[in-house]
Design a protein around this ligand. Structure first.
Ligand SMILES: *Cc1c(COP(=O)(O)O)cnc(C)c1O
Length: 374
């Protein structure tokens, strides 16, 4: 079954009892069991597992070519679940251009869990090889990355990690399973913030861990979810499952629009650089063409005039909403350095854009009028 067909059909089996085509939403926190504790119906308590979530996990695993998937309440809960499943001792090597929440986990929380963290430019295989050693538990990459849209070679990183006995984790949130298949390229675990494209409508939070093998690590993550309590609500599982149905169609339009917006920005005199893997000028262009089906719906660009100009543009768009997050139907624009807290890492002249599902020409006209005011 091809990806588009899997997205529509897996986890979508009609309800046996009623014939309902839409997945039933089971909100029950508790399930009948036998007096001796036998789980007659396969469930005990919602925090452990629940039927709506199982449907979503089957669908997510099928889309990523995974043996097992786990849903957590947010992308950050998924990231921390995975890191908390590791034994204390050793290190985790992270790509330097990284979602800021994961960077904070790495810098400030990993040491509390008995692990040290290292940061490396994921685009440089020699640097990655030098950072990974016999004590490395995981190599953690994000591709394309946030916010610089760096593209990292997943297969090369898998080889480097495995040569040292480490696991490769790929945060594939920007790509989704539709554009990129990390497990087929050698990744051991794929992480998604389902809050973004998978949910797709800016109205639900969730995180997914997709495991290449249903092994001890997957079982440990299940225990971490259950005991540390990062379980998602069944309603959120239901919304994300609904989002998956249209994910391939939405991604196709996000990508088509982003390619047009990126080209228009690249041609604009006020714009000094556009970070979009679909542009031949992007350092990761050839790799993205090999590793991704399309270059995605996210991009960032920098203004030669710097910080004040960037903030002015973010305040002058009429269609693009000035808001964080990404992957919804509506286009968003954001001055990342302003929302990264006390120690911003994004360039001051950088604006990040989530290209939505409006008409590309309306989006381009909106950015052009906002840039015109500079
Ligand atoms: C949003 C995001 C996260 C965190 O996910 P939440 O659902 O907000 O907790 C992690 N990684 C990337 C790349 C993201 O964009």
């Amino acid at each position: 079954m091809r990806l588009e067909t899997r997205a529509v059909h897996i986890g979508a089996e009609p309800d046996r009892e009623t014939g309902a085509l839409a997945a039933p939403l089971n909100l029950s926190t508790t399930f009948l069991h036998a007096p001796d504790g036998t789980q007659d119906h396969g469930y005990l308590y919602q925090r452990d597992n629940n039927p709506t979530q199982v449907r979503l996990e089957q669908a997510a695993a099928a889309l990523d070519g995974a043996s097992r998937a786990l849903l957590l309440s947010t992308g950050m809960a998924a990231a921390s679940c995975l890191l908390q499943a590791l034994p204390a001792g050793g290190n985790v090597v992270f790509q330097r251009d990284l979602y800021h929440g994961v960077r904070e986990l790495a810098e400030h929380w990993l040491p509390r869990w008995g692990l040290s963290s290292r940061f490396v430019d994921g685009r440089d295989p020699a640097a990655v090889r030098a950072a990974v050693d016999g004590e490395t538990r995981m190599l953690w990459i994000e591709t394309p990355s946030n916010p610089l849209m760096q593209v990292v070679d997943i297969a090369a990183c898998a080889d480097i990690a495995h040569a040292s006995g480490a696991l490769l984790v790929v945060d594939s949130t920007f790509a989704t399973p539709i554009l990129q298949q990390p497990i087929a390229l050698g990744a051991d675990v794929v992480m998604h913030s389902a809050t973004k494209y998978m949910g797709g409508h800016s109205d639900v939070m969730g995180g997914l861990l997709c495991f290449a093998r249903d092994d001890a690590l997957a079982a440990r993550c299940y225990e971490v979810r259950k005991l540390l309590g990062g379980s998602a609500s069944p309603f959120n599982a239901w919304l994300i499952l609904r989002g998956l149905r249209s994910l391939p169609a939405r991604m196709a339009m996000h990508c088509a629009n982003a390619e047009k917006v990126a080209a228009a920005l690249a041609a604009h005199p006020e714009v000094s650089v556009v970070h979009y893997p679909g542009l031949p000028s992007h350092a990761g262009h050839a790799l993205a063409a090999r590793q991704m089906k399309h270059p995605g719906g996210m991009l960032s660009f920098e203004l030669a005039a710097g910080r004040e100009a960037a903030i002015k543009v973010a305040g002058s768009t009429r269609l693009f909403h000035c808001a964080t997050s990404l992957g919804g139907c509506e286009s968003l624009i954001e001055h990342r350095a302003s929302v990264e807290g006390a120690h911003p890492v994004s360039p001051q002249g950088l604006l990040r854009v989530s290209v939505g599902l409006e008409h590309a020409d309306d989006l381009i006209e909106d950015l052009q009028q906002a840039l015109h005011g500079l």
